[in-house]
Design a binder for this molecule. Structure first.
Ligand SMILES: [Zn+2]
Length: 303
């Protein structure tokens, strides 16, 4: 298994539409190829001058119900599953155009985005990818939540969740973000919620677009969706999907092993700030063939 070492984008534009989870409004979304070092940027086509917001952690303005980025009073909400998909497919440069403030929820997973991108095809660009290289572990722990990043020769995630619920209890999942691993093991895992939480959110006008079509909903003992679960451990797979999306906001992959326990968007973002500010513990560099031998083949890059 190898990690792509050249920057990548899409072969051609692709579009989809769906409803926003929180707004309940229909949104049209188009992904367009972008050039080297463009990164991922969201463009609001419904607003004058089409303002754009880079998908970077320092543009995150809210993580309470979804990951929201903003700049100069313009926001784009619920970006996490699309970001996970782009990072999971090792795509570095994309223009994301949308005509509302919220990315469509689709089926609550990254599966529809993943299929649409793979149909369009992925194009390798003639420039190296930049990676964060860890010199030492970086860890953050608070109130039983934990996130750690450890030096490794690949881009790997392990998530662990614990819920006092008979269908979940304690679950762990690990994947390397290489080849088809994300597409096969993570992309189709849906977001999930407990019935009492869903009822509470609906009462306060939140999750207006939420339904059994775009989330796994569980009551005290059962999955309420007729089709059941897509994987027996779909819950932790979705947490891992969310985590990949959150870490994508660093703007480049970490050549390292990310380990989380009982974390969520908010704590992941606290870790990203800690990580980015701990500049003595990492540097950035490109890789040359063969991948994953960083110490001998790496070319240092100052940022
Ligand atoms: Zn999610």
């Amino acid at each position: 298994m190898t990690i792509p070492i050249h920057q990548r984008t899409l072969n051609k534009p692709v579009s989809c539409s769906g409803i926003g989870l929180h707004s309940g409004k229909t949104v049209h979304l188009t992904l367009k190829p972008a050039s080297v070092n463009h990164g991922i940027k969201f463009v609001r086509k419904d607003l004058p001058d089409n303002p754009s917001i880079p998908a970077l952690f320092n543009c995150v303005v809210d993580t309470s119900l979804a990951t929201v980025i903003g700049s100069d009073g313009v926001i784009v909400s619920t970006i996490e599953h699309l970001m996970a998909c782009l990072a999971g497919l090792s795509i570095d440069n994309v223009i994301v155009e949308l005509d509302s403030y919220e990315v469509p929820v689709m089926d609550g997973s990254a599966g529809p985005f993943t299929r649409m991108i793979l149909e369009a095809g992925i194009r390798e660009l003639e420039a190296p990818r930049h990676f964060f290289m860890l010199k030492e572990p970086i860890e953050l722990e608070q109130d039983g939540k934990f996130v750690g990043a450890y030096p490794d020769d690949t881009f790997k995630f392990t998530c662990h969740i614990e819920f006092e619920h008979p269908l979940i209890r304690s679950q762990s999942c690990t994947i390397e973000v290489v080849d088809h691993e994300f597409e096969r093991k993570i992309s189709s895992a849906r977001t999930f919620g407990f019935l009492h939480e869903v009822e509470y959110m609906k009462r306060y006008g939140l999750a207006r677009g939420g339904s059994l079509d775009n989330a796994v909903v569980i009551d005290e003992n059962n999955v309420l969706n007729d089709e059941g679960l897509r994987y027996q451990d779909e819950f932790v797979r979705h947490k891992l999907l969310d985590c990949i999306g959150d870490f994508a906001l660093l703007g480049m992959p970490i050549l390292g092993h990310i380990v989380t326990r009982k974390s969520g968007h908010e704590f992941n973002h606290a870790f990203l700030e800690r990580f980015f500010n701990d500049k003595a513990s990492w540097h950035t560099q490109t890789l040359q063939e063969p991948a994953a031998v960083p110490s001998k083949t790496a070319k240092s890059l100052a940022i």
